[in-house]
Every structure is written in C-alpha cells, then in structure tokens.
Unconditional design. Sequence first.
Length: 396
Amino acid sequence: MTSSLIDWLSLLLRWAHVMAGIGWIGTSFYFIWLDESLRRRAGQDPRLAGESWMVHGGGFYKVDKYLVAPETLPDELHWFKYEAYLTWATGMLLLAVIYYWGAESFLVGPTAVALTPAMAVTVSIASLAAGWLAYDLLCRSAIGANTALLAVSVFVLITLAAFGYAQVFPGRAAFLHVGAFIGTIMAANVFAVIIPNQKKTVAALMAGKAPDAIYGVQAKQRSLHNNYLTLPVLFMMISNHYPLTYGHRWNWLVAVGVLVAGAMVRHFFNAQDAGKLTPSAKAALPGAAVLVVALALFTSWRPAPEAGEAVAFSDVHTIVRARCASCHAARPTDQDFEEAPGGVMFDTPEELRRYASRIEAQAVLTQTMPLGNKTGMTEDERRTLGAWIVQGAPLD
C-alpha cells in the first residue's frame, strides 16, 4: 500500500512539475522572442525601446516596451513569477520523494566517492545551494560585465558540477542533478534578481522617482541566461528513461555536450527572431545537430561482450535469482517494490530470454541495474550475462 501511495505521489508531482514547467518555459520563450522582435518606428516615443505587432486567435496585438518605465503605472500590472517558483518547488519535492526518500536505491551506488544515504542527501542539497551562490558571485563580479567571459565561466561552473556529480552519485541521479543544478540557478534568478529588480522599479515609480536603468539590465541578463539554459534542463528531465545517456562511463561529458547543443539551438532561434542571422548564428543549428549525432555515436559504441565458452543457462539463472529476482518477480521480496518495476519479471526461462536485450542494455553495458547495485552484482557476473546474450540467450 505504501509503495502505491508513493507512486501516486510521484506521478502527481511529476504532472504538476511538467505543467508548471510548460508555463515557465512558455513565458520565457515568449518574452525573449518579444524583446528580439521589437522594432523602432519613425516618430516613435523616445521613451520606448520599440514595438511589436502580433496576430493570434483572430485578433491583433500591439506591444510597446519602455526603455526604463512609463511615468505612471496602471491599476493592474501582470507579473510572471509563480510559474518559475512552482516549477522549482515541484521539482524539489519530486527529487525528495524519489531520490531522498529512496536514497539507498537511487542516490547511493558504486561510485568514486562512497557515501551513506544521509551524506548523499546532504551533498545534494548543499551542492544546489552552492551552485547558485557561485553563479550569482560570477554575475555580480567584474566577469559579469563581459558577456562572453561570463558565458564561458558559467559553462565551466556547470561542467565542474557535472563532473562532480558523476563522482558521487550513480549515473541516473548524477544526470538528474545536473538538471536540478541548472534549474535551481534559473529559479533563483527569478526569485532573487528578476522580480526584486522589477519591484524596485515599480517602487521608484510609485514614489515619483525615475527608476535606475541598471535594474532592467540585470534582470534582462538573468532572463537571457535562463532562456539559453532551458533546453538542456528539459533534456535532463526526460533522460532518466534512457540509460544510454546517464549510464555511460563518461556521462558527465554527455551532459556537457547536451548543454552546448541546447544553447546553440536557442542561439539560432534568438538570432532569427531578432532578424540578425549572422553566419555564426546560421551555423548554430546544423552545428547542434552534428553535436547531437556525435553524442549518439559516442554513447552507442561499446565493445561487444565476447562470446567465449558456452554459458550454461543454469549459471545465468543463478545470477538472476541472486541479483535481479528480488525486484523483477511476480512477488518481489525487495521491500521497496510491491510489483515488478516496469512489469519486467524474470520468473521463467522464457521471460529471461524475452528481456535479454534489456538485461544487456542495463546490467551489462550501462550497468545501471541493479539499482545502486544493492544486490552486489560483480563484473564477472555481468560478463557472464553478456556472453550468454551474445550466444543467443540459449535456454539449455
């Protein structure tokens, strides 16, 4: 019963996370597009940065953007912040329900640094907070005034985080934490910089003072960062279904490649929206495609297990019963599961053969199963399974 309730909680949180994320990403993409689509017109009010005309849903819209702010504000002013807050909050709750609650299975594994479940949860929380502090210091330092240098510095920061997570967490958790690391920076940008700066501007106007333009400059910088980081975060969110990414030996390098590819895609569309498709911007989209293909080839190639001497099915059956059947059975004995994960069961020889390709992918090649290697599957046992599958998974 407890397992079913946790599954429902996880499902509902994931649903809420996706819904909030759609709202946040939609507004982020829209406002970056809106900024880039602004055009100056002859005779336009000098206080305006530009205007944008749109048509949607059978009607026409005209949006003006002020360089700083209008002299007075209307009674009703729309804010865009709760989408970001809810996305981060539901994401953290999901992280807690799956990875903190099940730390022994999902957050601890055979990595370069051995951690207890409590230590792993502490590292997770502390690293997310430290990531934001480091990023914020970079933006507020002299580096923040140099767009290119800041971009490189943030890239290095995320790369170091990806490498570090790969040393302390199993692949799936490490990959997800890269996404959480970036997502925390994005949400904190909204909470700590973008919205406070907008409130300072509003407060100045209400007091009859001219707002300082620096508030808008700072908010725009953080908003643009969020825009470029969105696509990599989305990839990390869905990657837990694909062990060929997080299960790779150099999964941190895969995460870095995704970060670059996602930023290149956004750069192309941002330049296109601004009507400034320079040769380098035009090259960004095909360049991202080439990088993604390279990542696919990089993660797909692995030396195939050697067939060696014929493997007896009895040896394979012994390994599966000792290392896999506690979860993957009609009646799991592992207390964390009331039903076989994904409906995959190894109760009969025929079921073992049916799922041979999955066993090869997750237990032999990526070694993401058993979860956290909690049953202690050895390298020799993985090689035996791989050899049996290469030989055609015979049942005799």
